[in-house]
Design a protein around this ligand. Structure first.
Ligand code: FES
Ligand SMILES: [Fe+2]
Length: 440
């Protein structure tokens, strides 16, 4: 019990209470706990590649600016004037060395320093501008350009929050570039849905729905490209659900790709045609064994607790707005140092599925809204998430796996949710979190 809510009572091993998606008090507590004590993803450094590039972002409900200063360092500051709290930057992104507040004209360097106020004589001689620099989240850290912030000055490090298993997945995503870098220069797709933020997090790690909900897209893919992926979800598919601990989850599609003759074309090149040069450049950079591993994994399909998805050549940031309102920001990640048609194929694949006009993402958003409406019928509030409980396997690396259509990942997300919300842990380190999961 934390405050007036019995969080342990809302999450059973195979069921969750619908209130976790509908109670505004729980949402407020989530913002204060999950998003203000732990780490949350705010952006990738490659979204601000040039000096003075900026992008506005959020941690929980707090508006932020991520900016690169003229010397190349990336800063994360609150988008809140230190005079009377107006946001100082209104654009989604751009290039600016300074931000000038529209209200009374206080002007800040993009690193946060207050450089000038109009009519300064009105402030006494004890007025010290440096006391009014833009505030910053107490901790900002990054892994391979993925920038995370924490509103808490102490707690587990980002390194502990991610753990080796999540970092290895991020490596698979980044190393598809022979230089190990991405370029977020293809713009951003964003949409808002009338539903709880956790729907998108769980959905990132859910494959049970794919063949049913995305039927129309799968049919088009087969008709237009002769690409058939229905069997990825079959009962005997080698693809897996993987809980990495700490609420981090993923789909391991690698074993499925490995069982297919054309896995390179299907999962990495996405129809870009033969690309011997690209594969050779990876072999030169990483050696043949790692290249094979990278090709088979085809990136990653990862959901990082609480608000990051890394999948299908893009970065997905989940922004909770209210208990029944969520924004999702999709940033396609192009690979540095690869032939243009490999990147073009990545982008075309992204466009076909994920953005508001894509044929897949819109299915998911529609369902999120239907769930939020359906939850209003609360006569029997419990939701069943027990699929595949009898076939969870603890792996030697500490992860837990199950068949790809199982609900292991949903259970893992809610186990983390319960522990963080009840105060049993701030952010459980992946290893610790797994001990209980396996014993359950
Ligand atoms: S609110 Fe920003 S200058 Fe007054
Ligand atoms: Fe989906």
């Amino acid at each position: 019990v934390n405050g007036s809510v019995d969080y342990e009572g809302l999450v059973k091993s195979d069921r969750i209470h619908g209130r976790v998606y509908t109670d505004p008090a729980i949402f407020d507590a989530e913002m204060a706990t999950i998003f203000e004590r732990g780490w949350a993803f705010v952006g990738h450094e490659s979204e601000v590649p040039q000096p003075d590039d900026f992008r506005t972002t959020n941690i929980g409900r707090h508006p932020l600016i991520m900016a690169r200063d003229r010397d190349g360092a990336v800063h994360v500051v609150f988008n809140r004037c230190t005079h009377r709290a107006a946001t100082i930057c209104q654009a989604d992104d751009g290039n600016a060395a300074f931000f000038r507040c529209a209200y009374h004209g206080w002007t800040f360097r993009n690193s946060g320093q207050l450089v000038g106020v109009p009519y300064p004589k009105g402030y006494g001689s004890d007025f010290d501008k440096s006391e009014f620099d833009l505030a910053k989240p107490p901790r900002v850290d990054s892994y391979r350009g993925f920038v995370f912030a924490s509103m808490s000055p102490d707690g587990p490090s980002l390194d502990d929050h991610l753990g080796p298993l999540v970092k290895a997945q991020i490596d698979l995503f980044m190393d598809l570039s022979p230089t190990g870098e991405i370029e977020c220069t293809a713009g951003v797709n964003r949409f808002t849905y009338k539903g709880n933020w956790k729907f998108q997090l769980e959905n990132t790690a859910d494959f049970y729905h794919v063949n049913m909900l995305h039927r129309s897209l799968l049919d088009v893919l087969e008709e237009m490209r002769g690409m058939r992926i229905d069997d990825m979800s079959d009962e005997n598919s080698p693809a897996r659900n993987v809980s990495l601990g700490g609420g981090h989850t993923m789909m391991d599609i690698g074993p499925y790709n490995a069982s297919k003759r054309n896995f390179v074309r299907d999962s990495v090149l996405r129809g870009a045609g033969p690309q011997a040069d690209y594969v050779e450049s990876l072999e030169e950079a990483y050696g043949p064994e790692r290249t094979e591993e990278l090709m088979i994994a085809g990136g990653t399909h990862l959901a990082v607790w609480p608000n990051l998805g890394v999948l299908a050549g893009m970065i997905r940031r989940i922004r909770p707005i209210a208990v029944d309102r969520t924004e999702v920001i999709l940033t396609p990640a192009l690979l540095k140092g690869v032939p243009d048609d490999v990147n073009a194929a990545r982008l075309r694949g992204h466009e076909a599925f994920f953005p508001p006009a894509g044929m897949g993402g819109s299915d998911d958003q529609e369902i999120f809204e239907r769930m939020q409406v359906g939850l209003q019928a609360s006569h029997d509030p419990w939701l069943f998430i027990g699929r595949g409980m009898h076939r969870e396997v603890v792996q030697p690396d500490g992860s837990v796996t199950a068949q790809v259509t199982d609900e292991l990942n949903t259970r893992a997300i809610f186990r983390q949710w319960r522990d963080v919300m009840s105060g049993a842990s701030t952010v459980a380190s992946p290893r610790e979190a797994l001990v209980g999961e396996a014993a359950r």
